[in-house]
Design a protein around this ligand. Structure first.
Ligand SMILES: [Zn+2]
Length: 423
């Protein structure tokens, strides 16, 4: 017998209920001066947050106060742990370096044809390859209102999951990018989208690239897209012809916008072409060989890995350790929301367990590496001068209580239910 009787069980339920109530009402995230530090004693500053701070890139774990003015971290005061009333963890918010939130309304589709009563044959192309994959057929029937509403809920979802920046590959040309801008405004949360648009005319191959009319229409669309978006997100070098790829790369570069491209997801056949475009960011590289990674490293091109997405689509495991060995800056993306929840905690759990990557390396992959890859150097770590994009985790939650190494606990165990508040 465990000695755990009915009265203990009732007490446990009360604790769970109370914690959940406090979390929802915000009272678990005290605003008074004495408990967890949101108050008048901020002195000259707008706000102060106290606890165990995961500071800088390392991270350096220090007890103390983070002082905030106009949303910017102005001072980090180190104190002794024994002086602290709050032992909550103050952690930088995540950077989700690759998403497709346009398919929010297509969550958890069949993954392929059934090959037995208990198994699917997973098929990446049938799910997401343009122009006829399930996702693209679905998106083409979606109204603007449905698209905006669903993306708004996805943004709110990511905000609650502790994400400060997300980089979205937005399908649907100019209208698709406009819908995401609209959804971001409606969501009105402190979460920053980096939008990679995709020309509609590049989805199916332009019937005849030398055709003056279609070429002009494509270039006009590309120009408009580059005005509106942060860059262009190419679905893959095998999905379009050389003329289209070359134009996308040169126009994006001349407008000083960013070029990101899926590469090596299903096999390595599109990696050479992708590298030849000299993109700002490679997505996946699941089938990259060491030589490919050396080229990427030599060209200083960062890579975003989407491990859970690769697992769902059954394409294999990306060589993350080889990427790190090559000196590449690796960041993390949750990829299509129809395949996985936009939850970076989950990605960290999988990456840690599958590869045995150190906690500090994973911490960087989930935060500062993504921020740097996307040109968002204003966020990604808790440092003086950066935006105060932080989340506060309840170190006394049932999940985190008794954790001896907070960084290990954060990377391998923490989840969204431990978040007390977003700063
Ligand atoms: Zn993708």
């Amino acid at each position: 017998m465990s000695g755990f009787d009915d009265s203990d069980f009732i007490r446990l339920l009360e604790i769970v209920e109370q914690t959940e109530k406090e979390r929802r009402s915000g009272t678990a995230f005290p605003k008074s001066t004495d408990a967890d530090g949101y108050g008048d004693y901020a002195g000259d500053y707008d706000r102060v947050v106290s606890g165990l701070i995961f500071a800088c890139d390392g991270p350096d774990l220090i007890y103390g106060n983070v002082y905030i003015q106009n949303g910017i971290i102005c001072e980090i005061e180190e104190l002794r742990g024994s002086q602290m009333k709050s032992h909550n963890w103050i952690v930088p918010r995540f950077v989700n370096a690759h998403t497709h939130i346009g398919d929010t309304l297509l969550k958890d589709p069949p993954l392929g044809s059934e090959i037995s009563p208990y198994a699917y044959r997973r098929d990446l192309d049938s799910l997401v390859r343009p122009p006829n994959g399930l996702k693209h057929r679905f998106l083409s029937d979606l109204s603007t209102e449905e698209s905006v509403d669903s993306m708004e809920s996805a943004i709110w979802n990511m905000y609650q999951n502790g994400i400060s920046v997300f980089a979205d590959f937005r399908e649907g040309g100019v209208a698709g990018v406009s819908a995401l801008i609209e959804a971001s405004k409606n969501a009105a949360r402190d979460i920053h989208p980096i939008i990679f648009g995709r020309p509609l005319l590049s989805a199916p191959r332009i019937p005849n690239s030398s055709d003056i009319m279609s070429s002009h229409m494509f270039l006009d669309e590309l120009r408009d897209l580059l005005e509106l978006a942060d860059g262009i997100g190419v679905s893959g070098a095998n999905d379009m012809d050389e003329y289209v790829l070359a134009k996308i790369a040169s126009k994006t570069q001349s407008k000083r916008k960013k070029l990101a491209i899926h590469a090596g997801e299903k096999d390595r056949s599109d990696i050479d072409s992708a590298l030849s475009l000299d993109p700002d960011l490679l997505i996946h590289m699941t089938h990259a060989e060491k030589n490919d990674l050396k080229k990427a490293a030599d060209a200083n091109i960062p890579i975003t890995v989407c491990l859970r997405s690769n697992l769902v689509t059954g394409v294999g495991l990306p060589p993350v350790l080889d990427m790190l060995d090559a000196g590449i800056s690796v960041s993390i993306g949750t990829d299509n929301i129809m395949l996985n929840s936009p939850d970076v905690f989950e990605e960290l759990h999988f990456l840690s367990k599958i590869y045995g990557i150190t906690d500090s390396a994973l911490f960087k992959m989930a935060t500062v590496n993504g921020a740097n890859a996307l040109g968002c150097r204003f966020t990604g770590s808790i440092e003086v001068g950066k935006k105060a994009d932080m989340m506060v985790l309840n170190s006394k939650s049932l999940n985190l209580k008794h954790v001896k190494d907070p960084l290990a606990g954060f990377i391998r165990r923490a989840d969204t239910a431990d978040i007390l508040g977003i700063v």
